[in-house]
Design a protein around this ligand. Structure first.
Ligand code: ATP
Ligand code: MG
Length: 500
């Protein structure tokens, strides 16, 4: 394994990595850092949670010159939260070198961003919509840009973003270095990418499967009407430290979060229709553990690195295999283990098979948990808490009371009553969830797969075609069922573009 000293990094960068607890380079870092340092264009693919951010972040910080006082590197990300997170990681790598990474994204006060830009940060991490806004206002100067990174490159080059990306890249100096990173890099996207890269090398960490082995993958076949009760039972059984539940649409996420709260779970939703202050506060509460359950659309599927996420539940099966890979990749990061469970209605099993085929990994079928198992799970949790408290040694003020009580009731009855009080018993409060139509595999998708091309990406985006990078045929094979709710798909990227 390579250590960071092998790359000949500036000692201030090496020191920062050691402060961050990075000892050895991950495989994608070991393979890409020397190439990126040489100035080569590159497409980097490696599984979720394997350190792609630092794979581009280290050479970026290494190569920018703090004396130059101009923007020298730009990283583009598909969501605002990811822009913030990537900027944070870059600033950690840059903590000892006098280099700053500034996040620029929609939903944040633009005047504040303009003031921050005047301080001449060396690196900008941005969502495309707000970045274009600054380009048009001429509040961002790009003549000094030497490196551009598209994080989540396949998502960025999907139809919803490609025109923006093209417009942004046209404003950049020709002789720049362009880097693309993602855990999924479908071939059509790589072909698009070649249009604006110079002889890129592709570095792909060889793995039999697209997903990391430390995520246990399971599925359950459940009729639509029973999905919510099953989800509640699963939460009771697993008592996750932190869990993300993915729903198909924004409405679905709102309804799920409300329903979970009614049943006594600390949950909040995140999606692109919420204002940024709300999105920020929900994510902050989740990271702090104030809420244990984050209900999300695909807006939270990519890139987010939140430690302590032990479980991912696909309440609705994701519509394409890329979405599946990224969603479940929110757990099992940096070598940790995780559990991902997908609920699938009987009519969606073909769709599940398509995902399995595309990821080259079978999900383990599990029976639907029973009510008894849910109760048992909660009881176990209570017992654990109780036993932990017996060891805490701060019970003196309760002991005489306990002795008094034991004079009146026998010990078994007393402990049983305490257990009952402490246990969250299954809650059957009625909830309202609008039913979703089953997601079926499109004919085209199946055909692509049988021809060995893998599924197309970009089916979920509507509009935005043309612009040189889009390809004929995009958007045609969308399963009919998708159309019904299309306006409700979380198209956060469009909001970034149109409204900010
Ligand atoms: N060399 C390293 N040693 C220890 N930890 C590391 C190292 N490199 C990265 N990490 C940590 O691993 C975690 C995952 O990294 P990162 O978010 O970059 O993954 P990723 O490959 O971009 O995943 P995704 O595909 O989901 O975006 C982060 O918490 C990061 O700080
Ligand atoms: Mg990443």
């Amino acid at each position: 394994m390579a250590t960071f000293y092998d790359f000949g990094l500036h000692h201030l960068v090496a020191r920062a990595l050691s402060d961050m607890g990075f000892e050895e380079a991950t495989p994608i870092q070991a393979e890409t850092i020397p190439t990126v340092l040489q100035g080569q264009d590159l497409i980097g693919q490696a599984q979720t949670g394997t350190g792609k951010t630092a794979a581009f972040g280290i050479p970026l910080v290494e190569r920018v010159d703090s004396e130059k006082e101009q923007i020298q590197a730009v990283v583009l990300t598909p969501t605002r939260e990811l822009a913030v997170q990537v900027a944070e990681e870059l600033n950690k790598i840059a903590q000892h070198k006098k280099v700053t990474a500034l996040p620029i994204y929609g939903g944040q006060d633009i005047q504040r961003q303009i003031r921050a830009l005047k301080k001449r940060p060396e690196i900008i991490v941005a969502t495309p919509g707000r970045f274009m806004d600054h380009m048009n206002r001429k509040t961002i100067r790009l003549h000094g840009v030497e490196m551009v990174v598209l994080d989540e490159a396949d998502e960025m080059l999907n139809m919803g973003f490609v025109d923006d990306i093209k417009a942004i890249l046209q404003e950049m100096p020709e002789e720049r270095q362009t880097l693309l990173f993602s855990a999924t890099m479908p071939r059509p996207i790589q072909e698009i990418a070649r249009n604006f890269m110079k002889n890129p090398v592709t570095i792909s960490i060889k793995a039999k499967e697209l997903t990391v082995p430390n995520i246990q993958q399971q599925y359950m076949e459940v009729p639509e009407k029973q999905k919510f009760d099953v989800l509640c039972r699963l939460l009771d059984i697993h008592s996750p430290e932190l869990a993300i539940i993915f729903g198909r649409t924004k409405r679905r996420v709102d309804e799920l979060a409300e329903a979970l709260n009614k049943r006594g779970y600390g949950a909040e939703g995140i999606h692109g229709d919420l204002n940024q202050a709300k999105r920020d506060s929900v994510l902050r509460k989740f990271k702090e553990g104030t809420i244990e359950v984050l209900v999300a659309t695909d807006v939270a599927a990519r890139g987010l690195d939140i430690s302590g996420v032990t479980h991912v539940y696909n309440f609705d099966i994701p519509q394409d295999s890329e979405s599946y890979v990224h969603r479940i990749g929110r757990t099992g990061r940096a070598g940790k283990t995780g559990l991902a469970i997908t609920l699938v209605t009987p009519r969606e099993t073909d769709h599940l098979r398509y995902i399995e085929k595309a990821t080259n990994r079978k999900m383990e079928r599990k029976p639907v948990p029973t009510l008894a198992e849910a109760i048992e799970g909660q009881q176990r949790l209570t017992v654990d808490k109780l036993m932990e408290t017996t060891g805490s040694g701060e019970l003196s003020m309760y002991k005489s009371l306990a002795e008094q009580l034991l004079d009146e009731v026998d010990s078994v009855t007393l402990v049983a009553a305490a257990l009952k009080l402490l246990t969250k018993e299954p809650d059957t409060t009625p909830v309202r969830l609008t039913e979703e139509a089953p997601l079926r595999v499109g004919k085209r998708k199946m055909m692509d797969q049988s021809r060995g091309r893998g599924p197309r990406t970009g089916a979920k985006r509507s509009g935005g075609g043309g612009g040189g990078f889009s390809r004929a045929g995009h958007g045609k094979g969308r399963p009919a069922q998708h159309n019904r709710n299309r306006r409700d798909w979380d198209r956060d990227r469009d909001r970034d573009r149109n409204r900010d």
